[in-house]
Design a protein around this ligand. Structure first.
Ligand code: APR
Length: 309
């Protein structure tokens, strides 16, 4: 079987963590690209040297150009600036939209058939930039945020109840910002609704911690933002695509009438398989969730309006 080729643009914290996990899971050959000379080459070589001891096979290359990314099956865009304490993801809009624009132009030229997974923030707006600049169809442009927000929510539930992380299924929808929508109503532990274990007040506290999950890490690290959980989240999406798993994961997907919205990328449950984002799953939202979703969409649109392409 031919190995998948996965390129990661941005060999910083998130990009390098993704590359390492992809190699450990033998999901394909990996190309790390960064503007920083020596960094992608050094990290790629270091990871490659770990493959004998890990007993895995993956070709890992580091480069400052795009020749080596030619005809990648998947391109993960993590290039950009992370936030510092006190910053919101939206504060990165101007600087990161220029970076994502530049990267998307090069990806379009060298990897015209690739599926793009965008990670740079502010996420929903950056997916829009990548989509506009690449011109790729909606199936092939996806944003990673929902898996991350959901795994944070699930971790807080598992740790509160002292149950296996594997037992918890939880989903967060909407934009990747302070107003994201953790769907406590749909969260369950081994199929048992969360409301069986926790009262409304405690659930609301956990929901709020999940919403603030990114800022909590930024506040602790002080020099940048999270990368282990983001890396794992990207890898779950890549695995669903590479193995054609048809896995339903919350992703920033293009809405074309679903949820009453069009022309915007935002977090919804989507089916991921070999074609990329194969279907948006429309679930029933109650009135307050619908209202929150509308507000999230309006916020993402307000960011999109500020971007000059
Ligand atoms: N092309 C390629 N790489 C670039 C470019 C560019 N035009 N501009 C910046 N980079 C690289 C930087 O050199 C750096 O190595 O992107 C990398 C970013 O890495 P970090 O600074 O470690 O940031 P990281 O924590 O990985 O976050 C990257 O993902 O989660 C989001 O908000 C986060 O937008 C941020 C992005």
């Amino acid at each position: 079987m031919k190995r998948s080729k996965i390129s990661i643009i941005g060999a910083g914290n998130v990009g390098a963590t993704c590359a390492h996990l992809l190699a450990l899971k033998e999901l394909g050959d990996i190309v790390l690209v960064d503007i920083n000379e020596g960094i992608p080459q050094g990290k790629a070589l270091d990871m490659a040297e770990s493959t004998p001891v890990e007993a895995v096979d993956a070709r890992i290359t580091g480069t400052n150009g795009y020749e080596e990314t030619k005809d990648s099956d998947i391109v993960v865009i993590t290039a950009g600036v992370p936030r510092k304490p006190g910053m919101s993801r939206d504060d990165l809009l101007k600087i990161n939209s220029n970076i994502v624009k530049d990267v998307s132009e090069k990806v379009k030229e060298h990897c015209p058939g690739a599926i793009l997974i965008v990670v740079s923030n502010p996420l929903d707006a950056m997916v829009y930039v990548a989509s506009q600049v690449s011109g790729f169809p909606k199936e092939r442009v996806i944003g990673m945020a929902g898996v991350l927000d959901s795994t944070r929510f699930a971790h807080f539930i598992a740790s509160e109840l002292n149950v296996s992380a594997e037992n918890v299924s939880a989903m967060v929808l909407g934009g990747h910002g302070d107003q994201m929508i953790p769907l406590a109503r749909y969260a369950n532990v081994a199929g048992i609704p969360l409301s069986h274990f926790l009262d409304e007040k405690r659930i609301e506290e956990i929901v709020q911690r999940a919403r603030d999950g990114g800022a909590e890490i930024v506040g602790l690290l002080k020099t940048g933002s999270a990368y282990y959980a983001p890396g794992s989240s990207v890898v779950q999406m890549v695995e669903a695509i590479v193995k054609d798993k048809k896995r339903i994961l919350p992703c920033a997907a293009y809405l074309d009438g679903e949820y009453g919205e069009s022309g915007v990328f935002i977090g919804v449950p989507a089916k991921l398989g070999k074609s990329g984002m194969e279907e948006v799953i429309e679930i029933d939202l109650n009135d307050s969730e619908k209202e929150a979703f509308k507000k999230n969409v309006a916020h993402v649109r307000s960011l999109m309006e500020k971007i000059e392409l």
